[in-house]
Design a protein around this ligand. Structure first.
Ligand code: DQA
Length: 141
């Protein structure tokens, strides 16, 4: 299965952002680890990060693989455009967050993406993406 791992705004600054919340690794380091794990799991992955809502929508619309893992950052909490793109995308969709959004500020506790995704993984740092990949690998066996 081919998997798109999408990251939204400010996730390009991982490693510099609050390390107590998001960990110390850069996005490139996280992605390198995921690529190695994906290979072991028999999956292929592509990565995309954008700070722009429209670019995330374009990427979702243009995706032709089997599943999307999306951490839309703050867009998760209010982007109806990203939610609509995911709703219209007939692939498996997993929402991932590094932090536990349900244990943080009130405005982070709601995600408009959760109702249009197949599942949500939140609070396990970079492992959130890995858990999503493991789930997808199980689906294809
Ligand atoms: C985040 C949580 C969001 O609330 C925040 O805006 C982010 C990262 C996470 O991975 O924990 O940018 O999606």
């Amino acid at each position: 299965m081919h998997v798109l791992i999408l990251n939204g705004p400010n996730l390009n600054l991982l490693g510099q952002r609050d390390q107590n919340v998001y960990g110390g690794k850069t996005l490139a380091e996280i992605n390198a680890g995921l690529e190695a794990e994906a290979k072991k799991l028999g999956l292929t992955v592509e990565f995309y990060q954008s700070n722009s809502e429209g670019e995330l929508v374009d990427r979702i619309q243009g995706f032709d693989g089997g599943a999307i893992i999306i951490n839309a950052g703050a867009y998760s909490h209010y982007s109806l455009a990203v939610a609509d793109a995911l709703r219209d995308c007939k692939k498996l969709k997993i929402e991932a967050h590094l932090s536990n959004i349900f244990a943080r500020e009130e405005f982070r506790r709601t995600s408009v993406l959760s109702p249009v995704c197949d599942g949500v993984i939140s609070g396990f740092g970079e492992q959130s993406y890995l858990l999503a990949l493991k789930y997808l690998a199980g689906r294809v066996q």
